[in-house]
Design a protein around this ligand. Sequence first.
Ligand SMILES: [Zn+2]
Length: 126
Amino acid sequence: MHEMSIVAGVLDSVIPVARESGATQVTRIVLRIGDLTDIVDEALTFAFDALTEGTLCEGAQLEVQPVHPRSMCLECGNEFDHDRFHRACTACGSYETKPICGRELDIVSIEVDLPDEESEGTEHGD
Ligand SMILES: [Zn+2]
C-alpha cells in the first residue's frame, strides 16, 4: 500500500525532531497533500494508526490540508486550477501543460507535549 510508505516517511522525519526537542508525545501532525498524489484518506489514516502504535506519535491527530492541482499552459501561458482528470488548458484547450502544484507531500507542522514548560518563552539574562 502506497500510503504505508508515505506515512513511514513522515514518521521518519517527525519522530527524530520530536525526540530531539524532548517531547513525550506528538499530539498533532499537519500534512499538505496534493490531489495528484493519489493518496486515499482512509488508507492514510489506517496506515497512520498502524505505524504510530508504540511510538511517540501514537494517538496523534493527523490533519491533511488538500492542495488542488494547478497547471500552466505551455502554449498560451494561462495558469488554471483543475482536477485529477482534466488537465487541458481552460483558455485554449491545449494539453501541453506543466503542473505547478498538486503533487505536494509536505509536513506543515507538528505539535508535541513537552515534559515541563519551564523554559517556554523566557530568556535569562545575567
Ligand atoms: Zn492555453
